[in-house]
Design a protein around this ligand. Structure first.
Ligand code: BGC
Length: 767
């Protein structure tokens, strides 16, 4: 029984195979028959149970309650006994959870166990970097391992369902929830989505330590207007399918058990009431057989959006559209019984929703054993958890600048180091957003990490300089500049506190907040080398500080082990290897800015742009470039997607294709040589981009199609090859059908999306 979700995964891959014409059918294993019979067994148990349920009990399964709203053992216990609750959110005391499970299975009429949900977004007690930071690792394996650790720790508290991974594509760093997202690219996000699902759910959903994943927020939330949280989204279906839905499809293919509907309004129909998303795409096209939960009270909010007049209508619309469970809303539990009794809602809709929920409960093995034995699971903050958090942090940091190789620092050649800034010694802030259970006591800060690494070799002088990252007072800056003056090098640890990103924490100005730019300027004037370590929940606009520092390590919110990771990178124990998962604008007015844009009919180029300062005074009305750029920002970002420097000296060369032409349905190989001409070994993320020159709908100027993280020794040259099947070039065309077309393509391999190492190939029609 326990392989059930994997079986579904294979079955779905078979479905992809049919759609795309070739791959993966051969992945079917000899255990198929066994697994299919386990799935059939579950379906039978679901049907039998459903047949015994009253309408009230069915609606109860569709109701998730917030533990904080009820006394856990009295009110909640009574509702459980009455069969009016299918899931509880935010109960993390294991003894209480076990008691609730006992009441559910022993004292309710049908003994249906509970799902216990919690936002375990990037760790539980041990906190990994924020998801955007994890995306900067470009390492599905570390994402999988991080999710596994989070699952083990959460499960120890009785949690069996997390509301992660969040896989909303976003091109808007103003949006606070970019911190939780995998960034701007559907391919990178899809790879990481699958890895996170595998990490949370494991190979065996019934095993201790496996928890259900929830792909959220379905769909389009990352496009909220001006990055203002909860705002409207308008996304044409073609863009929705080619960009925003892709990671969700990947999560479904990886066997994700649940999805969460988004708060946002999509093209006039809020996602929570959106039948197109939840019935047509998710169920009919993708064959998803887990269940969909609303977002927090989002069924009730359908009336606030103005889609419905009241809770009764909202319940009807959400259930009909395919929301199986109401999160913390009480709308279903108050309205659905009557809607069915009145004949307004078909009982089949309820039965399908309840079957979806029960199926997942059976797959988890909860009917066989709903209890948690915390002693069977590793301790919180175990050595393995901390080691994983450190690797994740190390690989997530992106070096954006390193003038004159000021980094790595050598502790033997330094007598005094000034460590300055509001985030240098902030155990809580470095954990970032969404860390309900994160334990700041486990955090090792940058200051501590540097002290531990340097030991007695150099004197560390620490000045906080600002109360918070938002402080405007410059009074303490004299102390900071005095410390800088006494030191050989200054490490400024700047950025945003945790509370400045995350849900409902959007910003319209994405410069470093408070007086930080002034702090940088004052420290710069001292004349010592200045290294900026920036912890933030989003890409910040760094234009006003970038020229006043010698090096930048962009550390996002790096989590529990951020400090030792930063120290190792500063002192060259490891080389930086993170790559940007989102474009860094020069100024906020460029947003949205992303690498996979369309070409437009008037693409800009360096010779076709004019800067505002170069316009002649009293110029007659004249054309200024006549291409797609801003007079005051040009058209390039400050740092492009995929960018990140290294202590190694990586050179790419000799890109080639195995065949100049490949027939539809065929595969070709694109390779290049990567040489490390430096004198340290380092990891590099090699990236493959492709452009489809002519399409049935216009195609992006570049699209990521593959990447690989590898370690290269000094003087070593490695050949990196990517296999590309013509299905990998498929996109949703004018009729919103997935298609791969014959035609001409360009391909690039390199260490960033702006690599210019290019080749070309042709896809021919199949015979
Ligand atoms: C968020 C979800 C989260 C839920 C439960 C909502 O406000 O949008 O992402 O899972 O709360 O905490």
């Amino acid at each position: 029984m326990h392989r059930t979700r994997n079986v579904k995964r294979l079955a779905r891959l078979g479905h992809v195979a049919l759609l795309c014409g070739c791959l993966l059918v051969s992945t079917m294993t000899t255990t198929d028959a066994e697994d299919r019979s386990a799935a059939a067994d579950i379906e039978q148990r679901v049907d039998e149970l459903l047949a015994r349920m009253t309408l009230a009990e069915k609606v109860g399964q569709m109701n998730q309650v917030h533990a904080g709203d009820m006394d856990p053992l009295e009110e909640l216990g009574d509702a459980l006994r009455a069969g009016r609750i299918g899931s509880v959110i935010n109960q993390v005391d294991v003894a209480t959870v076990n008691e609730l499970q006992r009441i559910a299975v022993e004292e309710s009429r049908l003994g249906i166990p509970l799902l216990v949900g919690r936002d375990v977004i990037h760790g539980f007690k041990t906190v990994m970097p924020i998801p955007l930071g994890q995306a900067a690792t470009w390492n599905p394996d570390i994402v999988r391992r991080g999710a596994r650790i989070a699952a083990l720790e959460a499960a120890k508290s009785g949690v069996n369902w997390t509301f992660a991974p969040m896989i909303d594509i976003t091109r808007d760093p103003r949006w606070g929830r970019i911190a939780e997202s995998p960034g701007e690219d559907p391919y990178l996000a899809s790879r990481l989505a699958g890895a996170a699902v595998e990490g949370f759910q494991g190979d065996d959903l019934t095993a201790p330590g496996a928890i259900l994943a929830c792909a959220k927020h379905f769909a389009g939330y990352g496009e909220v207007e001006s990055g203002r949280d909860y705002a409207t989204t308008n996304i044409p279906e073609n863009e929705l399918r080619n960009v925003h839905l892709r990671p969700f499809r990947a999560a479904v293919d990886a066997g994700v058990a649940t999805l969460m509907a988004s708060f946002s309004d999509l093209n006039g129909v809020p996602a929570t009431g959106n039948e197109f998303l939840m019935r047509q795409v998710l169920r009919d096209e993708w064959g998803f057989d887990g269940f969909v939960v609303s977002d927090w009270n989002s069924i009730h909010q359908l009336a606030v959006h103005g889609l419905t007049a009241n809770d009764r209508d909202s319940a009807l619309v959400a259930a009909t559209a395919g929301v199986d469970m109401d999160m913390a809303g009480s709308v279903y539990v108050e309205e659905l019984d009557e809607l069915v009794d009145d004949g307004a809602l078909d009982i089949d809709v309820i039965d399908t929703a309840v079957a979806n929920i029960l199926r997942v409960k059976f797959e988890m093995g909860l009917f066989d054993d709903p209890y948690t034995d915390p002693d069977a699971l590793p301790a919180f903050g175990s050595a393995e958890a901390l080691a994983t958090a450190k690797v994740a942090a190390l690989q997530s940091v992106v070096m954006l600048k390193n003038d004159n190789d000021v980094l790595p620092l050598s502790k033997d050649r330094l007598d005094r180091i000034a460590v300055i800034g509001p985030l240098a010694d902030a155990p809580y802030e470095q954990l970032g957003t969404w860390i309900f259970d994160g334990d700041p006591e486990l955090s090792v800060t940058a200051l501590q990490g540097i002290r531990d690494l340097v030991g007695d070799d150099a004197k560390i002088e620490y000045v906080r300089a600002m109360e918070t990252s938002r402080s405007k007072s410059t009074a303490p800056f004299d102390e900071a500049t005095a410390a800088a003056r006494r030191s050989d090098v200054v490490v400024l640890v700047l950025g945003e506190e945790a509370i400045l990103s995350g849900e409902a924490h959007s910003r319209a100005d994405i410069n470093l907040p408070g007086a930080q730019a002034e702090l940088v300027r004052r420290v710069r004037e001292v004349g010592k080398p200045v290294i900026a370590v920036i912890m933030a929940g989003r890409p910040l606009t760094l234009t006003n500080i970038v020229d006043n520092v010698d090096a930048i390590l962009y550390a996002w919110h790096p989590g529990t082990m951020g400090g030792p990771a930063i120290a190792d990178l500063l002192f060259g124990v490891e080389s930086p290897s993170g790559k940007l998962p989102a474009t860094f604008p020069r100024m906020v007015g460029q947003v949205p800015i992303y690498y996979s844009q369309k070409n437009t009919g008037k693409p800009p180029s360096p010779d076709k742009i004019v800067h505002i300062d170069d316009i002649e005074a009293r110029a007659p009305q004249t054309s200024l470039g006549m291409t797609a750029f801003h007079l005051d920002a040009g058209y390039t970002p400050l740092f492009p997607f995929g960018f990140g420097l290294s202590y190694a000296d990586f050179r790419y060369d000799n890109i080639r294709v195995s065949d100049d032409e490949v027939a539809l349905g065929g595969t070709l190989t694109i390779s290049a040589e990567l040489k490390n001409r430096g004198d340290v070994a380092a990891e590099e993320v090699v990236q493959l981009y492709v452009r489809d020159l002519v399409g049935n709908v216009t195609r992006p100027v570049r699209e990521l199609k593959g990447f690989r993280r590898l370690r290269v020794e000094p003087d070593e040259t490695v050949t990196v090859s990517f296999k590309l099947h013509t299905d990998d070039l498929a996109f949703f065309g004018r009729n919103n059908e997935l298609m791969a077309e014959p035609g001409d393509f360009h391909a690039w391999i390199g260490g960033s999306s702006d690599t210019d190492l290019q080749t070309a190939f042709r896809v021919a029609a199949s015979d």
